[in-house]
Design a protein around this ligand. Structure first.
Ligand SMILES: [Ca+2]
Length: 250
C-alpha cells in the first residue's frame, strides 16, 4: 500500500492547507464512501475523521467490491492479531490491530458512524476448502456504550447460510471483562473474543484463530453456524459497512 499511502499523505497535506484557508469547507471524510466520492478510488488504508470531531482513525477502504466505498470494520486472515481483548480495547475509536492487516475498528467509532447515517453491513467469509460465503444486511447500527453497543440488523441475504448467524433482536456486546450476554456463563471467556453473544449464540467472528487441519471440532473458533456448523473455524473474515444510499458514480 506504499503508493496509496504516498497519495494519501499528499491528500492530507492539501486538506490541511485548505482547512487553513477556508474554514467552512469540510475537508475530512467520515467513512470510505466519502473518501471514494472525493476521487480516491483505490483500495487501501485511509485516515477518517469522526463525525462532529477532529479525532482521526485509520481504516482500510475496500474500493472494489460491489462498487467500492466500504469501510472495513473487521478483518482476519492469518491469526497474527489477538482478538481476546478487553472492553476498552474493543471500545476505543481506533480499535486494535493494523488496518493494513488484521484489525477491529473501535465500537465507539462504528456506533457514531451508524447513528449519523444509515449503513449496510457486508460479511465476506472463507472456509479452508476454497469456498467463499456472503452475508449481507440492508441495515446495521450499534447503540451507544451505555446500551453495551447492542447490534441492530435488518434485511438479511447471502450465501453464508439461509438464516442470519447473528440473531434477532440483537444482543449486547461482551468481552472477557464485560459479561452482557444471556448465558449464566460468560460467553466471551468460554469462546474468546468480543462479540454480540446471545447464550452463547450461532456466531463469533472474533473467536480463536485455528490453522488448517486444526479448524474442526472447535467450540471457541471463528464461528458462523448457519453456514459451516458449530465446530468449524473459518479461514478468513471481513466485515464492512457502507451508507445505504451509496452510489459508485462520482
Ligand atoms: Ca453471562
Amino acid at each position: 500500500y506504499e503508493t496509496t499511502n504516498n497519495c494519501l499523505s499528499v491528500h492530507i497535506q492539501i486538506s490541511k492547507t485548505k482547512t487553513a484557508m477556508m474554514k467552512d469547507i469540510p475537508t475530512t471524510h467520515v467513512d470510505c464512501a466519502a473518501v471514494f466520492k472525493s476521487g480516491n478510488t483505490q483500495s487501501g488504508v485511509y485516515t477518517l475523521t469522526l463525525p462532529d470531531s477532529t479525532q482521526e482513525v485509520k481504516a482500510f477502504c475496500d474500493m472494489e467490491t460491489d462498487g467500492g466505498g466500504w469501510t472495513v470494520i473487521q478483518k482476519r486472515f492469518d491469526g497474527h492479531v489477538d482478538f481476546h481483548r478487553t472492553w476498552q480495547e474493543y471500545k476505543k475509536v481506533s480499535g486494535f490491530g493494523e488496518p493494513s492487516g488484521e484489525y477491529w475498528l473501535g465500537n465507539d467509532f462504528v456506533y457514531k458512524l451508524t447513528n449519523v447515517h444509515s449503513y449496510k453491513l457486508r460479511l465476506q467469509l472463507n472456509d479452508w476448502e476454497g469456498n467463499s460465503g456472503l452475508s449481507q444486511y440492508d441495515q446495521f447500527s450499534l447503540e451507544s456504550e451505555e446500551q453495551n453497543y447492542r447490534i441492530h440488523l435488518k434485511g438479511y441475504s447471502g450465501t453464508a447460510g439461509k438464516i442470519s448467524s447473528i440473531g434477532q433482536p440483537g444482543s449486547e456486546f461482551s468481552t472477557k471483562d464485560a459479561d452482557n450476554d444471556k448465558c449464566v456463563c460468560k460467553c466471551s471467556q468460554l469462546t474468546t473474543g468480543g462479540w454480540w453473544f446471545d447464550a452463547c449464540g450461532p456466531s463469533n467472528l472474533n473467536g480463536m484463530y485455528y490453522q488448517q487441519g486444526q479448524n474442526s471440532n472447535r467450540f471457541n473458533g471463528i464461528k458462523w453456524y448457519y453456514w459451516k456448523g458449530s465446530g468449524y473455524s473459518l479461514k478468513s473474515t471481513t466485515m464492512m459497512i457502507r451508507p445505504v444510499d451509496f452510489s459508485s458514480s462520482l
